[in-house]
Write a protein that binds this ligand. Structure first.
Ligand SMILES: [Zn+2]
Length: 320
């Protein structure tokens, strides 16, 4: 993944929150339940909370990157989520150009967010006759208060429809994606996760979230929603090296086969079957919310191969 050093970054699309210490470990379920778990509590409606084994608060965030289960190996415990108590540097002003993106993780996130949103600013009106509106990515460590309630790192990256924002704990990539889920990681794995979350923002703008009636199971609406977000991430990938900043400079000069492999590997790593087998030794398709590793890979590749909203119609697909 090679960033264009001449590309200008816009830090206004990303906000970093100072690390907040919370008094207890019960904020997650209670808070997010208010946003997601009650009928009508969320724009689009109809997205009930799901009971999640392992006690991460009893609710699963719709719009997350993966099925959050508590991992036996630690890292998933409530207490662990509060270990990152260092005060984050909230200033992103060092992220000025693509050269900064090549050097610093936070600037890489800024550049990716800029590129993903520049893509949808064109693609969404063109293909769906819907105007795109910017969505802020909020970086945090430990916990954060959102329009969907308070959340900790355990939830993983997620999109909150109530405040149209993406939330991302930057420790997710090392601690969860690589260490817990066994993904190879890498810069473009991170980009896949970000593009997936923006896929949920697109669904929010298109009203797709309101189509979810069945919330778990291998061919449930919830899984279709997640696989579509993977497909949308693939759409951005397809055009990633052509997307330009305001001055006509592309953000990303080059993507290699190895970069694409990182994204595919990340998509597979957050497959429900992988996560369940790893966390509890067996997989139960009836409780899937995000789709299998194979399905996630396939829909990501469909988006990348065809590159249209129409090709990502997981809701009409007879087979996933
Ligand atoms: Zn998701």
């Amino acid at each position: 993944m090679k960033f264009n050093p001449r590309a200008r970054l816009s830090t206004s699309q990303v906000r970093r929150h100072a690390s907040a210490r919370r008094g207890g470990t019960s904020g997650l379920g209670g808070g997010l339940g208010g946003g997601f778990g009650r009928p009508g509590g969320m724009r689009g409606g109809g997205m009930g909370g799901l009971a999640v084994p392992g006690g991460i608060g009893g609710l699963l965030v719709v719009g997350a990157i993966f099925l959050a289960l508590q991992f036996a190996g630690g890292g998933g415990g409530g207490a662990g989520a509060f270990d990152h108590s260092q005060v984050a540097d909230t200033d992103l002003s060092r992220c000025q150009t693509g050269a900064d993106a090549a050097e610093f993780q936070d600037c890489r996130i800024v550049a990716t967010v800029n590129s993903v949103q520049a893509y949808w600013e064109e693609a969404l009106p063109e293909q769906a006759d819907v105007d795109y509106s910017l969505s802020t990515t909020n970086l945090f460590t430990g916990s954060v208060d959102t329009g969907c309630g308070s959340a900790t790192s355990q939830v993983g990256p997620f999109y909150c429809p109530s405040d149209d924002s993406v939330y991302l704990d930057t420790t997710f990539f090392d601690e969860m994606l690589e260490d817990e889920l066994g993904a190879q990681g890498g810069d473009f794995a991170e980009s896949y996760v970000i593009a997936h979350e923006y896929g949920h923002h697109i669904q929010d703008l298109l009203g797709t979230m309101g189509r979810v009636r069945s919330e778990q199971g291998a061919i449930s609406d919830a899984v279709r929603l997640e696989l579509q977000a993977d497909c949308f991430a693939g759409m951005w990938d397809k055009f990633a090296t052509t997307i330009e900043d305001e001055n006509g400079e592309v953000y990303i000069l080059e993507l290699t086969e190895a970069d694409i492999s990182e994204a595919i590997d990340a998509a597979e790593s957050v497959g429900d079957d992988r996560i369940q087998e790893q966390a509890q030794g067996r997989s139960d398709p009836e409780t899937w919310t995000h789709g299998s590793a194979a399905d996630r890979k396939q829909w990501f590749l469909t988006g990348m191969d065809v590159g249209t909203l129409a090709s990502c119609d997981t809701f009409s697909a007879s087979e996933l």
